[in-house]
Design a protein around this ligand. Structure first.
Ligand code: FMN
Length: 191
């Protein structure tokens, strides 16, 4: 089960990422889940627009409420670095931006989460990296920055279903090049 408190498309949803609110929410969900589906993994999905303190607080809330992992990240409300005319972009309205424009920020958030977990001795906690993965290189980047699983959404739409094969083959090549036996050995190497 994933608690998604990070979509910019639902008014007020991201307010649930506030420290105490998130801890209470996750603790409540964990308790319910333990009752109806013991052992079911619980993840929390966070926004790329959180400030550093907010990221740290989300990690701490996830740990305190015995979450099994975090998903980094949802779409962004930022509109920087786009090649489109700013006016045209503004006219498209509010909402989350996905794909290539969110890739670097998502990876930065992922890395901060992974470092905080590592510092607290929780580096076995799985992280799902998502945001702008449209190639093996982009998936490798997430893995190197702490993801033990990756999710593709926009990349799948832009590149088509063969993207998955391309990523798998590219990851295998990179493992061979680095002399690593498994993806697990590559997780967090860039931190
Ligand atoms: C059209 C669309 C709908 C989405 N709906 C959800 C959703 O319902 N719940 C959620 O957690 N994330 C949702 N997301 C966010 C994606 O799961 C993902 O976190 C984000 O798009 C970044 O990955 P990407 O760059 O590969 O698309 C949605 C994204 C898009 C583009």
């Amino acid at each position: 089960m994933v608690v998604n408190v990070s979509s910019p498309n639902t008014p007020g949803l991201r307010d649930l990422q506030a420290e105490g609110v998130l801890r209470d929410l996750l603790t409540g969900v964990r308790a319910e889940l333990d009752g109806v589906a013991p052992g079911k993994p619980l993840f929390v999905k966070i926004a790329p627009d959180l400030a550093d303190a907010g990221i740290d607080a989300a990690v701490d809330a996830a740990l305190e409420s015995r979450c099994d992992g975090l998903i980094c990240t949802n779409t962004t409300i930022q509109r920087s670095g786009l090649s489109y005319d700013a006016q045209w972009v503004a006219e498209r309205g509010a909402g989350g931006l996905s794909g290539a424009p969110v890739r670097a920020r998502s990876t930065a958030v992922l890395a901060r989460v992974a470092r905080r977990l590592r510092a607290g001795g929780h580096d076995a906690m799985p992280l799902i990296g998502v945001g702008g993965i449209d190639s093996a290189e982009a998936a490798w980047e997430k893995i190197g920055h702490g993801a033990s699983l990756v999710q593709v959404y926009t990349g799948l739409i832009m590149r088509g279903p063969w993207l998955v094969r391309t990523i798998v083959e590219g990851l295998r090549e990179r493992l061979d090049r680095c002399g690593l036996a498994s993806i697990q050995a590559a997780v967090g190497r860039e931190l």
